[in-house]
Structures are given as C-alpha cells and as structure tokens.
Design a binder for this molecule. Structure first.
Ligand code: FAD
Length: 309
C-alpha cells in the first residue's frame, strides 16, 4: 500500500510542481540524487571512483510528451558522453525509453536510442536500459532484442516481481543476449502481473539470479548485474559464486546512490565489481517518490529536513 501511494504521487504533475519548490524536500532528495547538473553527477562519480566503485550515470527524466523533448534528452546524453570522454571517464549510462520518446512512438525512440548506443560504443562504454512499469515491458524488450545482437554494449533491466520475467530471462538466454540487470521492481503493479508479497519477489529474485549465474546460462553468454541492497540475497549470491566458481566477467553488483554505502564499500574492498547508479538532473521528483515508496522509514528522513533545515 505504501508503495502504491508513492508511485501514484510520482505521477501527479500538480503536486510535482508544488513539492519541487519546497527546499526541505530537495535537501532530503539530495541523499539519493547527486545534484541537478552533469557536473554534480561527475563529482559523485569521482567520489565513488576514489573508493573503488564504478558508476552508471542516469540523466533523470521520463515520460516526455513531445518529439522535441525526446530530442533534447538524446542530445543531453550525447553531450554527457562527450564530456565524460574528454575527462577520461567511462561510466555506464542508464536510459529510460520513455525519456527518449517511447510514449510518442517506437520508431522515434529507437532512432534516439541507437544514437546514444552508437556514441557510447565509440566512447567504449555501455548503455543500460532501465525497465519502467509493465505497460512498457514488451516494447522495451522488443527494442532491446533489435539492438542487442548488433550492439554488445547494451544491457537491459529485468524486474523479479513480474511473473513474466522467468520466461523473458529464458528467452534472452536462448537468444544469447542475456546481459541483464536484475532488480526487484520499483513500480506499482496489479497482482495478476506481479507478485504482491515481498517474500515471493525475493524468491523469484533468487531463482532468476541462480539461473543467470548457472554454467549453462554463462555458456550462452549470460551476464548478470545483481542490482539489490538486500544483504540476504547478496550473501546468497556470494555463496553461489564461490560454489559454482563463477568467473568475475560473468557478474557484478549494483546499488543506488545514497543507499547502503557500507555494503558498496565492503564489496569493493573484497575486490568485486560494484557499480553505483548515479542520478542527476532537475527531473528528480518521480525518482525520489519511488525511493520513498520503497522504505517507509524514509519519510522520517524527509520530516527531519523539515524540522531541522
Ligand atoms: C542499480 C539499480 C538499478 C535499478 N534499476 C531499476 C529499474 O530499471 N527498474 C525498476 O523497476 N527498478 C530498478 N531498481 C530499483 C529496484 O527495483 C528496487 O525497487 C530497489 O532496489 C529496492 O529493492 P532492494 O532490491 O534493494 O530490496 P529491498 O528488500 O527493498 O531492500 C533491501 C534493503 O535495502 C535498503 N533499501 C532499499 N531501498 C531503500 C531506499 N529506498 N531507501 C533506503 N534504503 C533502502 C534497506 O536497508 C532494505 O532493508 C534498481 C535498483 C538498483 C540497485
């Protein structure tokens, strides 16, 4: 229920414009968002790098409504890639297809995505396609399928809470393009589409993770980014990696900026690849609402900023 409230708030545009003017909300959001500019994102990437942690840079934005906005988002990604290359930085990029125009048209979105992926390939880096709500799953995977065989520098996120994900993972393994960021899922989905109970989501996560770590999947080129802050699942992954002698090229860990920094540092110190998702930009409101929806205790954190500015 908690998540339902915040995911619905994340879509409320009137509230968004009002809330974004309240300084204390931004101060609370700043725990999860590196800042409003690319330079803020770069600063955060450098801080992480100093601790042996790699980055995924996300220019915040979603559900754009005009081709001009989708074009602007694409250009922003291209500019970011050029700026990063000039600085000798090669973080992965995270993109949301609705930021590149998926709501306007698939062809337009595909054109924009190809431009970003091609520039990223030239820069020697990877584009990770975020997974949005289930209204977009089919189209996101269809687009990934068209690009992935041609561009090995692409990955896609899969959400363990969706019933369909078991089949999607199998198909991607079979097709030899299972380069997957496995997350639990951050949107509000009805019970005929996604597991409503956390323990079932966690069990699904472990099943999919084990499948992607298996020797059979690896023989078909599978790669898994284990994107979770769930310590129990991370420990489970570490046990399987050791038992099955999974090579370091077949997996990495991923977490979000500002969440479980202790675990991020621990994994880096143990020599694992850990990559942190660093969002920046002025469109931080929906991202922040989803982070609030994941953890009720975060509301106290916002309240603290109201009381003690
Ligand atoms: C790198 C990365 C990329 C992601 N990409 C996507 C995507 O493309 N699509 C998508 O739907 N979702 C995405 N997510 C979000 C994901 O689906 C979950 O909503 C989110 O990670 C919380 O789930 P969890 O796996 O950490 O497990 P949980 O069981 O929810 O949390 C485990 C522990 O992590 C900590 N924690 C988790 N969330 C928070 C929070 N918001 N604030 C403070 N502490 C917290 C708490 O200590 C909690 O006990 C991504 C997550 C990561 C890490």
């Amino acid at each position: 229920m908690w998540r339902a409230v915040f995911v619905s708030l994340s879509r409320n545009r009137t509230l968004k414009h009002r809330v974004m003017r309240w300084g204390f909300v931004w101060r609370a959001a700043a725990r999860f968002v590196a800042g409003e500019t690319l330079e803020d994102g770069i600063r955060a990437l450098r801080e992480l790098e100093a601790q042996g942690i790699r980055g995924i840079l996300d220019h915040l934005g979603e559900n754009v409504e005009s081709p001009a906005d989708a074009e602007r988002a694409t250009e922003d990604y291209l500019l970011a890639l050029d700026r990063l290359a000039a600085l000798g930085l090669r973080p992965h990029l995270a993109v949301k297809l609705t930021h590149l125009g998926l709501d306007i048209g698939e062809a337009l979105c595909e054109r924009n995505l190809r431009r970003v992926v091609e520039r990223a390939a030239e820069a020697g880096t990877v584009v990770e396609i975020d997974m949005e709500s289930s209204a977009y799953t089919e189209r996101t995977l269809a687009l990934y399928r068209r690009l992935a065989p041609v561009y090995p520098n692409t990955r896609v996120a899969i959400q363990a809470y969706l019933y369909r994900s078991a089949q999607d993972v199998e198909r991607l393994i079979e097709e030899g393009i299972a380069r997957i960021r496995l997350c639990k899922g951050a949107y509000q989905e009805p019970p005929h589409i996604a597991y409503p109970r956390k323990r079932d989501v966690d069990a699904s996560y472990i099943r999919l993770m084990e499948r992607l770590l298996s020797a059979e999947a690896r023989a078909r080129g599978a790669f898994i980014a284990i994107a979770t802050h769930d310590e129990r699942i991370i420990r489970h992954a570490l046990r399987r990696i050791e038992e099955w002698t999974v090579p370091r090229e077949a997996f990495e860990f991923q977490m979000l900026y500002g969440i479980r920094r202790d675990l991020q540092v621990m994994l880096a110190r143990q020599g694992f690849v850990i990559r942190v998702y660093v969002p920046y930009g002025t469109e931080w409101y929906p991202y922040f609402m989803r982070r609030l929806g994941e953890r009720p205790a975060n509301l106290w954190f916002v309240a603290r900023h109201l009381i003690r500015p």
